[in-house]
Write a protein that binds this ligand. Sequence first.
Ligand SMILES: NC(=O)C1=CN([C@@H]2O[C@H](COP(=O)(O)OP(=O)(O)OC[C@H]3O[C@@H](n4cnc5c(N)ncnc54)[C@H](OP(=O)(O)O)[C@@H]3O)[C@@H](O)[C@H]2O)C=CC1
Ligand SMILES: O=C(CO)COP(=O)(O)O
Length: 338
Amino acid sequence: MNKVTVLGAGSWGTSLAIVLAENGHDCLLWSHREDQANEINNQHTNAKYLPSVELSKVLKSTHVLADAVAHADVIVMAVPTKGIRETCQKMMETLDRKMLFVHVSKGIEPDSLLRISEIMREELDEAFIEDIVVLSGPSHAEEVVLQHPTTVAAACENLASAERVQDLFMNQYFRVYTNQDVIGVEMGGALKNVIALAAGVTDGLGFGDNAKAALITRGLAEMSRLGVKMGAQPLTFAGLTGMGDLIVTCTSVHSRNWRAGNMLGKGMTLQEVLDQMGMVVEGVRTTKAAHQLAEKYDVTMPIASALYEVLFDEQNASDGVGKLMQRMKKHEMAGLFE
Ligand SMILES: NC(=O)C1=CN([C@@H]2O[C@H](COP(=O)(O)OP(=O)(O)OC[C@H]3O[C@@H](n4cnc5c(N)ncnc54)[C@H](OP(=O)(O)O)[C@@H]3O)[C@@H](O)[C@H]2O)C=CC1
Ligand SMILES: O=C(CO)COP(=O)(O)O
């Protein structure tokens, strides 16, 4: 049994806390809201983020970060990308020993262009970091709580740390593979949200499966082009955290990114969409970051660029699709192989 704290009581943090508690670990879930921590402890529900789910009674919650940190040998970071830096800064006020950190968030910080593990290393004192392991893959919270078969990867350069996280989470419905390509796994998880937003847009515009298949495969090509330039292994993008997560996010009504894109395609403004979602849509900020990364690394990312114009430059979504289709003719493998 391990003592594990999950930071962030949204849909993913809560689902993973359930997995950990069911696996027999002493799991504490931190919410930054006192009323939500009380609801989890007293009603055993998290109505906003996992409606109609009865949480395990052994799962405890706190809103006091110092207590959450004091509890743990392992800390799982499950706050949205925009909250990672601030949560690490608050943790630094209370951390007093080395910990194994796991992060499960899928984003890139605009402007700094840092991946999550890089933000964590910037904010947390190296003396307190045993290792940082990324847990990522095709895994909607709504299906994990129903114990539907799910596969993910635990990635860390140090294989022993990845294997420790594999052992923490793995059970009969949650299968964890190890991987040592941290850049590839983080970039796949973040960039698939951009493509899923675009897939939602084409569905919202009324296009069909051909357009969806085009976005998934050409999306994978531009994700791989950028990731490889940043140091990722090309094959990682063909795995769970690349193609696997693209499929699940681009084709599922559970995906917040797909749903947000769908509303955009139907004509709503970005602000109207975000107001209606009430949950994190990571792909919006990551589209900005991807646009900046494409410039920095001189990589062609037509889908991310078209989406950037729709989100931030008032480009009409239908015209955006037209522009993508009328790009100069190309070799299918351009930019992937010499
Ligand atoms: N949902 C899923 O199926 C999966 C999600 N992920 C990733 O997990 C991460 C978290 O997503 P998810 O749980 O779905 O998001 P949700 O929108 O469901 O929940 C986000 C949670 O984080 C809290 N929060 C927001 N900002 C902060 C902050 N600054 N400090 C502390 N807590 C904060 C929110 O609180 P409040 O209510 O106050 O806003 C809420 O409890 C994302 O990066 C996502 O891509 C990965 C795999 C699957
Ligand atoms: O990452 C996810 C599934 O693997 C969740 O995707 P959304 O954030 O789009 O819901």
